[in-house]
Design a protein around this ligand. Structure first.
Ligand code: LIP
Length: 316
């Protein structure tokens, strides 16, 4: 295989991200044009508003998600026909042709933060990741509403460009504050779309314990943020605007780009379950911002202690 040109892929990603951004901004999403990703809808097809009333869902998908993914896969694969492509809207659980492998792979979420997009809450983006041997090697995340572009290339650092201005290296603080313990942290965490069972119970317990006062056995973190997009959460941790991000249940396309940007900004990614190995498609993640290594390690250990004996459990 010819040598992989990460810079060229990064440049193409930026162009594709801007085209996707224009598509998102001209779309007028509403519940009427959205459905659910869950395949839990009935075999008959009542109007979508009625479907969503009968079968409430928190994992919305819009026609824009599908149209953007089509545009992205067409453009990326016409430039790199031998590379693999995994996209949120075309992923088939259990199908080996859409599973992550060691091959050079584009991993794409056409609209991350679809719920925000549907509600016109300004935290949605396209997330374009590229892995080689399952290692995130290029990442581009673009929030068109705020015109914020986050980019990273393995070994070459990561950056943010806001409103077409200067390209700033991440993290934004050149000498990040040392991390000491969770009590000084702003934490990104998400409810996710599954609202029942062990994962929902564990998330609720962990959220409570993170927020509670020390007198009540909590970590009393500065606060919790539910941004609604894993990709943007990771970008904010890379930038140093959030200290930590914990999520279970999201997918490789939600994290591949952000992972590259995070690591290039000195951050670390470990498992969202205590002591487990983290993988791009493992669906459980704990990201910590760039800081002193001992501080990052202390935060991971303290966070895992908050999780305790609990375990997030997701299929692949
Ligand atoms: C979303 C994630 C979000 C997570 C949701 C969902 P989508 O991606 O980024 O952080 O909590 O479950 O997976 O569906 O908007 O592309």
């Amino acid at each position: 295989m010819a040598e992989i040109n990460l810079q060229e892929i990064h440049d193409l990603f930026i162009d594709v991200a801007h085209e996707a951004g224009r598509m998102m901004l001209t779309a007028t999403p509403s519940h009427l044009s959205s459905g659910t990703k869950k395949n839990c809808l009935p075999p008959f097809s009542p109007p979508l508003l009625l479907q969503l009333t009968l079968f409430p869902a928190a994992d919305l998908v819009t026609e824009t998600d599908r149209a953007v993914e089509k545009m992205v896969s067409t453009r990326l694969l016409s430039s790199y026909p031998t590379y693999s492509f995994i996209g949120e809207e075309t992923f088939v659980p259990g199908d080996p042709t859409t599973a992550l492998s060691d091959a050079p792979t584009f991993i794409v979420d056409p609209v991350d933060g679809t719920t925000n997009f549907v509600h016109a809450f300004p935290a949605f983006c396209i997330s374009l990741g590229f892995t080689v041997n399952k290692v995130p090697s290029v990442g581009v995340i673009y929030n068109p509403f705020l015109d914020e572009l986050y980019t990273g290339i393995k070994g070459k650092g990561s950056f943010v460009t806001r409103k077409g201005g200067v390209k700033e290296q991440l993290p934004l603080r050149k000498e990040p504050e040392p991390l000491v313990d969770l009590s000084t942290c702003l934490i990104g965490a998400e409810w996710g779309s599954d609202r029942t069972g062990v994962n929902f119970d564990l998330k609720s317990k962990v959220f409570r314990k993170l927020a509670a006062s020390k007198d009540e056995g909590g970590a009393m973190v500065h606060s919790l943020r539910c941004v609604g997009s894993a990709a943007l959460n990771l970008a904010y941790v890379a930038a140093g605007q959030q200290d930590v991000f914990w999520e279970g249940g999201c997918w490789a396309w939600d994290v591949a780009a952000g992972w590259c940007i995070l690591v290039e900004a000195g951050g670390i990614m470990v498992s969202g379950n205590p002591g487990e190995e983290v993988t791009v498609d493992g669906r459980k993640y704990l990201a910590v911002r760039g800081a002193n290594r001992e501080g990052q390690k202390a935060i991971v250990e303290e966070f895992w202690k908050v999780i305790g004996d609990g375990k997030l459990v997701y299929g692949s």
